[in-house]
Design a binder for this molecule. Sequence first.
Ligand SMILES: [Fe+2]
Ligand SMILES: [Fe+2]
Length: 217
Amino acid sequence: MIGLMQRHYSMFDYIFLGIDQAIRTLDHYPRTTGRSYPAKDIPEQILTESQRQHSAGLMRVNHAGEICAQALYHGQGVVTHTPMIKAKMQQAAMEEGDHLVWCEQRLDELKSHTSYLNPFWYAGSFGIGMLAGVIGDRFSLGFLAETEQQVIKHLEKHSQLLPDQDQRSYTILQQMERDEAQHRKEAITAGACELPLVAKKTMACVSKIMVKIAYWV
Ligand SMILES: [Fe+2]
Ligand SMILES: [Fe+2]
């Protein structure tokens, strides 16, 4: 983040950075802050087959959600002209990268896979992020704040839906929820505007479709 603030980057630099970020994200090698796995000290408990499949479905949705979060931040980061906001987008995307790695590790432990549609989720979210960024910084930040608010609600719901025995997944979701709340706070502090109700409802509708599909594939 410091490097991004001190050096002047051209539009081409950001385009190549965007391509690099997309490849890294979809190739299971996102930029992260390097924080440790939240569930590392939580003992693995025995899950029935249906519990394992249910936990895996929920964590696949969360992983796909983090793909979308990364893409939204990357898309907005490419088009915004404000260096401070650009740097914040890059930093937040790295923290979403932590979430991505944690969800994927948990899916491995649950002997399952990430969503086969991840390239589609990434491309769609990147485009939406760019569009929000083009409208303007305050709208872009408002879009982020609303996204994080909806993600927090979603994580609260998923924390309740997990089998009681799956404390490892639960611990990961709890840490993610704390991070998303911080992202939301930072977007509001940076000048986010309140989005129109129709925009909020459209976002909720689109994310519901993604949740239903990613649970299975
Ligand atoms: Fe996240
Ligand atoms: Fe976030």
